[in-house]
Design a protein around this ligand. Sequence first.
Ligand code: CA
Length: 505
Amino acid sequence: MAVAHYIRLHAADNVAIVANEGGLAAGAVFPCGLVLRERVPMGHKLALVDIPAGAEIRRYGTVIGTALGDIPRGGWVAEKRVRMPEAPGLAGLVRGTQAAVAPLEGFTFEGFRNADGSAGTRNVLAVSTSVQCVAGTLEFALERVRRELLPRYPHVDGVVALTHTYGCGVAIDAPDAIVPIRTLQNLARNPNFGGQAMVVGLGCEKLLPERLLGPGAAAGDVMRLQDEAFDGFGPMVEAIYGMCRDRLEILDRRRREVCPASDLVVGLQCGGSDAFSGVTANPALGFAADLLVRAGGTVMFSEVTEVRDGIDLLVARAADDGVAADLIREMAWYDAYLARGGADRSANTTPGNKAGGLVNIVEKAMGSIVKSGSTPIVEVLAPGARPTKRGLIFAATPASDFICGTLQLASGMGLQVFTTGRGTPYGLAAAPVLKVATNSALARRWHDLIDFDAGGIATGETSIEEAGWALFRLILDTASGRVVPWSDKWGISNALALFNPAPVT
Ligand code: CA
């Protein structure tokens, strides 16, 4: 039988997680002599000392809760035995001094250069929509485009419909409507779409199709199904088909060229987290994020409810007072948004997170924040906004995988790295997604869905640094099209999902 193995992350911690696959039975003896009092599943916590009722439980050197009853040394620190602490306040947070980021020269990727200076990782035709009513007709036309046209344009990677449930039956002038509208406007400007915007609208929707186009758009960039020129369904499909053909002609002339790594915009996300997320995959990703930032690139991390409990850590890393104020503003906005819905941050953790050993959102947040690495936060984006700086950026989004992915795409993400412990076949049609497993058991079981196994960090087979460098190189190879993530090989992707905090009418 394998040697019993636990992982303690910080000298101040009084708990550690069981690293053995399948967990450990009662009576298991660790090399230090500690004896397990009861069965503890893999990734779940054991008490390293007697923890009396009411005492603090520490992981990552942070209090993740207090004991609801006495937990003996070697006992299972199960979710039902832990009381969650209050969220930290937003007043009196202090910004620290930031060390200069050491530049990393000479790293490039092969991307598609755009007229606005950005660089895409893929060459995709995207069709925007102003309202859900058109989605079925558009998909009908695009099926024909993919079948008949796409094979004639081998330098185009795909055709994507930017469909959603917004546009009609919405309070279009409500203050929070800015979020979905901005998201749709910026989605069409994603660097992977080559600046070939077009919009399919209906004609009576509240969200006018023209609002989705930037300056420089032409009348020919918009079509409306209700246009009286269309005599039935067939001509509508023909019109969409023709607009797509014109744009595919242009996109097909593009070729990849060497771009500095500083042109990359990488989004980070996690989903289906477990207790290893903060031990293996997220620290490795944090190391890779530091390398990207040092190479001059842009890295966005998100998911407000997953960082809310570590806001003091984030404010300490703000590059200036403006960034610190912006961080607090986004947290306060989200606190109010959740309160309006009668929820709080504790609604974030899922049954799967808990089965994976995470007792609450505090523990999840500590493991989530490490994927942002260690560089200063240079900018904070409201949901769906576009960055104006390069470096590490906090892009405020919900933690929902699809909403976060959609908002990061709107913020200009060219590639996403997604860490998962429980596993999800998540993917995006508009940008490659690299899925990183937190444990090798998942990576083996999902050998044709997981792109990178960070599990070796827990067993000592690899280091955070080694895995971080490997991940950094994998990101550059994927951005260059040399590596195709599993979700793209299978052609599976999730729907775009807008964040609409405004009322629906
Ligand atoms: Ca997520």
